[in-house]
Design a protein around this ligand. Sequence first.
Ligand SMILES: C[S@@+](CC[C@H](N)C(=O)[O-])C[C@H]1O[C@@H](n2cnc3c(N)ncnc32)[C@H](O)[C@@H]1O
Length: 506
Amino acid sequence: MASLPLELDGLETPSAPDVRLVRPTRGGPASTDGQLALQLPAELPHLAIEPEWKDQQRLWGHSFHPMCSYLASFPAGLVHAFIARYTRPGDVVLDPFSGRGTTPLQACAEGRIGAGNDLNPFAHILTAAKVDPPTKADIKTRVASLRLAWAASAEEWNTLAGRIVASPGSPDVEVPGPASMPIADGSRQNAGSRTSARSDSAANRPGGSVPAEVALAFHPRTLAQLLFLRSGLDPDDRTDRFILATLTGILHGKSGSYLSAVMPNTFSMAPRYVRDFVERTDFHSPERDVFALLDDKLRRLYRQPLPAARGIALLGDARDAGVRVREALRARGLPERARLVVTSPPYLRVVKYGYYNWLRLWLLGYDASAIDDLLDDAHHRDAYLVFMREVLRGLRTALADDAVIAIVIGDVEMDRGRPTNGGIGLAESVWELAAAPEGYRLAGIAMDDVAAGRKMTKLWGDEAGHATKVERILILATSEAGRRRAINGATLPIGWEWPPRSPRIL
Ligand SMILES: C[S@@+](CC[C@H](N)C(=O)[O-])C[C@H]1O[C@@H](n2cnc3c(N)ncnc32)[C@H](O)[C@@H]1O
């Protein structure tokens, strides 16, 4: 393995605060599957960005953040720690793996232009809803008109839902399909097939049958209202998209605020689990009024003023996000290049965003397994590093000359019960084998070492706490000026008042 030219980065800067060497947590070569695991990558300089976001309240940040749970999303405070240090109002802040939109939303809320991109259409809908939201008045008007339309057609929909619940999974009962759905706007040659995750029922036919597990999850009258809204809400329309995204957030959970009590809120239990659970416990979902719960959730989301700036949400592969982000910024007459990236790429084989969201994806009209085929979260280490190199290469065009890039990378110790090969010291490998060869400069690594166990706890029981042990934040720059900016800004004190007294904070 190539050794890292440490003297080039971080250490020689006289103003560098608290620079010390950090070695990945496990030393020496380890044996996995009878083979010698790779040597740990070289030591990297530590950047003393204090993880103050851990001291903030759980819901710190804009009230749109908790719209819907999303696996492996990071806290809004983490994004703030970088926005406050490395940008000014009006700067572009980018996340090529935006997930539920934490980075672009928090950027917009702080008067920056938040730009998000994700290949998962569910993530895209959440991000777009947050960075380009309707006004409270628009939402109220639309929900009122939907209520009227529902009142006029409830009988029909209730009859339809009654037939579905009477014979769950029957192909004979067809329902109208969801309204039009966006597809990825990336133009990668080899990604052509990666853009068509729409389920057959939604993409090719006006409707289809309702899967048995969906029918079993809801009270018939709740299902009727959901089918009505699913067929009428258009995700290309700003207001409808916000309502759809809000519905995904209240679809399932174990309290009276959710539409189905069959599974927790964090992620979807397996379809087979739902069938078994219903049979074993003779489960009948309590009736929940979709409009009432939607109103409650919207009230909570709108308790703070709209974000100060309107952002950009794109659907597509992170590898060509740079070109598309620039085009989108240019089309809006905005600065074309980002001064800050805050992102967390998919972890090595830890989360399946389709499978763990299948019920939400059904609502949106997408096929969960097609989404999993599409995304880059199943790579082993070497393929992952090639992927990350391509992502970093593609981003260059959308980055300012002095841009700072913060990449949150979890060390993955276990992969579904087995020790991973190369999951430790992953951030160091990303630097060495993906970022350095693309000409990035290294500012250092910041540690975030207690976030891990909490996140995956419910996924794999005992193994959960070990799924990602330590999170490292790899901090890069596009130039020497950017690297100095990253290092000098690391210890700047920043404010944590939220909501800020004035919209133009810091
Ligand atoms: C760890 S999550 C990001 C979570 C995000 N930071 C948040 O706070 O919500 C990683 C994201 O990468 C996305 N993803 C996977 N492969 C991708 C690809 N090739 N291009 C763009 N996004 C991809 C997944 O859909 C997922 O949303």
